[in-house]
Design a protein around this ligand. Structure first.
Ligand code: GUN
Length: 303
């Protein structure tokens, strides 16, 4: 193996320790801690496990955490009223509504109801606009792209003037990370190309990349011959391709996960690469904690 592994699990620990120390300092100085409410509608198993991890992480770094588990048939009106309650609660700095929502609820309407200054997911149109403007305007960069940028910076990869190619144009990953990498400032200043399902020659674009960010949701889409030798490869894909018995508990089946990049072959060509699992995945919740802390700091006027 020639590539350096960029391990999200290790970077997560560094950042969570930084957050814990800062929370302690703010508590001593201002007698306040960041408050996060997680709103979960229904019992989707994947959503339940994400939310459980968000709650656990929030408590670990010393936040106040409120868990709102609502029945699957909650009305849109009641959900909007719940959001309004936390918009008006001074002890809450971050409101997270776990997606997806049941079909009878208009997701856009719900996300737009969150106070943009408590929108720690960074999904509200006001925060999308702030991200587009860049610089001091940015309050809450969306968590997965923020995690990707943090990994690239902490791995010591030069971004200024770099050719960044982003595979995928989703609102949650592709579009925002492309926007972030082209802004003026540290960890950015790159020349960015977005490629997608209608792009004519995916391979040719990928081959130009000094930094290749893949968020397509297609297992093994990126072949080793698409990678420039020495490139930094960030694989955002988490694809369930089967099941296997758990190592810890052989009676239990766990998902086999694969990224969007053929990792075993790519690691022989790339300069640095994120594994799946243990790469980008752990960074999303970490950056959610960072945004919630930032929200309190904005409120206290210390950010
Ligand atoms: N569902 C899957 N990922 C996310 C996320 O990052 N935030 C929210 N709110 N819901 C999600």
């Amino acid at each position: 193996m020639s590539a350096t592994l960029i391990k999200g699990t290790e970077i997560r620990e560094e950042i969570l320790e930084e957050i814990t120390a800062e929370v302690k300092e703010i508590k001593e100085k201002y007698d306040k801690v960041p408050g996060l409410v997680t709103i979960l509608v229904g019992e989707n198993p994947a959503s339940m496990s994400y939310v459980t991890l968000k709650i656990k992480t929030a408590l670990r770094v010393g936040f106040k955490e409120i868990q709102e588990s609502q029945p699957v048939d909650i009305s849109e009106e009641d959900l909007l009223a719940l959001i309004e309650k936390y918009n008006n609660d001074d002890s809450i700095n971050g409101i997270l509504v776990q997606l997806p929502l049941p079909k009878h609820i208009d997701e856009k309407k719900v996300l737009n109801a969150i106070d943009p200054d408590k929108d720690v997911d960074g999904f509200h149109p006001v925060n999308v606009g702030r991200l587009m403007i860049g610089g001091d305007e940015v309050k809450f960069p969306p968590c997965t792209p923020a995690g990707i940028q943090e990994m690239i910076v902490r791995a010591g990869v030069e971004t200024s003037g770099a050719e960044v190619v982003v595979v995928g144009r989703s609102n949650i990953v592709g579009k925002p990370i492309a926007n972030m990498m082209l802004q003026k400032g540290p960890g950015a200043n790159a020349t960015v190309t977005i490629v997608h399902t209608r792009t004519k020659d995916l391979a040719a674009h990928c081959k130009r990349a000094d930094i290749l960010i893949v968020a397509a949701g297609v297992p093994d889409l990126v072949k080793p011959e698409w990678i420039q030798p020495g490139a930094c490869v960030i694989d955002v894909g988490v694809n369930r391709v089967g099941e296997k018995p758990s190592k810890k508990n052989p009676g239990k089946m766990v998902a086999i996960l694969k990224g969007d990049v053929d990792f075993d072959a790519a690691k022989e060509i790339a300069g640095s690469i994120t594994p799946v699992p243990g790469g980008v995945g752990p960074m999303t919740i970490t950056m959610l904690m960072k945004n919630t802390l930032k929200s309190l700091k904005f409120r206290l006027g210390i950010q």
